[in-house]
Design a protein around this ligand. Structure first.
Ligand SMILES: [Zn+2]
Length: 287
C-alpha cells in the first residue's frame, strides 16, 4: 500500500480540495430516550493541540447528532474524550465503580488523538501533499474510529446479532454510517485507511499476538475500508483500484460486499429507527 497513491486516488475521487469535515449543525436531537453524549474532559499538555482541533471541528458532535437522530437506544451512553483513562478508543460496558454503581461508556484517550495527527503530519509533509490538510485527515479518521466504537455500543445496547468477528462488523457499521452520507462522506473511511496503513508501519513484524487478536490485521482492515468505498460507487472510485491500492481480485466483489453490508445494517437497525420528527419513545420497539 502506498500512502501517496492512496491519497491521490482518494482525493481525486472525492474532489476534496478545500473541503473540511462536517461541523455541528444547529439541530436538536430527539429527546425522551437514551442518546450518545459527547464530553471533552481534560487533556495532558502534549495532547491538548490535537484534542483542541477535534473539539473545534464540531465533527464529533455532528456524528453523534446523526446517530441520535436515527436510532433509539435504551439509555444514555457518554462518549468521553480525555486523559483520565488512558485506554482505547474503546467501548467499555458495565464497569463497576468504587461506589458500587455501574458505568457504560466510550473512551477516546488523548494519546490516540495525538498519534493520529502526528502520523498524518509526517506522511503529508514527507509526500509533499497540498490537497489534504493533516488536521482534516485527522478529524475524518477520528470520525470513522468513533463510528466504529458507536457500532460496538449499538451491538451491546440493542443486543444485535453478530456472526463473525464483531470488530469487522462494526468497521462495516462505520462505513455504512459515514461513507455515502452527504454530511460525512468517503474521506472518513479513506482517511482511516491511510491512518491504519501508517500505523501498521510502526508495528514491525507480525507476531502470533497479531494473528490471535480479535481485530483483523491492520492491512486487512485497510483493504476492507477501500473495498467498501469502492463498492459504494465503483465508477466514482475506480481510482482506488490498481497497483499499490485495492487489488482487482478483491475489487470485483466489492459492490456486492457493500450491498450486503448496508442491507444487513439497515435490517438490524430497522426496529430501532426513529421516525423523522417523532419522539424517541414512540419509535422505540415495544418490549
Ligand atoms: Zn473495536
Amino acid at each position: 500500500m502506498s500512502f501517496r497513491s492512496l491519497l491521490a486516488a482518494g482525493v481525486a475521487a472525492v474532489a476534496l480540495v478545500g473541503a473540511a469535515p462536517a461541523g455541528a449543525q444547529d439541530t436538536t436531537p430527539a429527546t425522551g430516550s437514551g442518546s450518545f453524549e459527547i464530553e471533552f474532559d481534560t487533556f495532558k499538555k502534549k495532547n491538548r493541540h490535537a484534542a483542541g482541533i477535534l473539539r473545534r471541528s464540531g465533527a464529533m458532535q455532528a456524528l453523534v447528532e446523526e446517530v441520535n437522530s436515527r436510532w433509539a437506544i435504551p439509555r444514555d451512553i457518554p462518549i468521553v474524550f480525555g486523559d483520565e483513562l488512558e485506554v482505547g478508543p474503546a467501548f467499555i460496558p458495565e464497569v463497576k465503580l468504587p461506589d458500587g454503581a455501574e458505568l457504560t461508556f466510550i473512551n477516546v484517550p488523548g494519546n490516540f488523538l495525538r498519534l493520529q495527527l502526528q502520523q498524518f503530519r509526517r506522511a503529508i509533509k514527507r509526500e509533499r501533499i497540498r490537497s489534504l490538510k493533516p488536521a482534516d485527515a485527522f478529524v475524518y479518521s477520528t470520525e470513522f474510529v468513533l463510528a466504529h466504537e458507536i457500532g460496538h455500543a449499538l451491538v451491546h445496547e440493542l443486543k444485535l446479532p453478530v456472526t463473525g468477528k464483531e470488530e469487522d462488523a462494526v468497521d462495516g457499521f462505520a462505513a455504512f454510517l459515514l461513507a455515502d452520507n452527504e454530511r460525512f462522506g468517503p474521506m472518513t473511511a479513506i482517511s482511516a485507511a491511510m491512518f491504519f496503513d501508517l500505523y501498521s508501519r510502526l508495528r514491525g513484524k507480525l507476531t502470533d499476538e497479531d494473528f490471535a487478536d480479535e481485530h483483523s490485521i491492520l492491512e486487512q482492515r485497510v483493504y476492507n475500508f477501500l473495498c467498501w468505498v469502492y463498492g459504494s460507487d465503483p465508477k466514482r472510485f475506480k481510482g482506488l483500484v490498481g497497483k499499490d491500492l485495492l487489488p482487482r481480485e478483491r475489487a470485483v466483489r466489492c459492490s456486492n460486499e457493500w450491498k450486503q453490508l448496508t442491507t444487513s445494517w439497515e435490517t438490524l437497525l430497522k426496529p430501532y429507527q426513529k421516525m423523522p420528527g417523532t419522539p424517541a419513545e414512540s419509535a422505540a420497539p415495544a418490549a
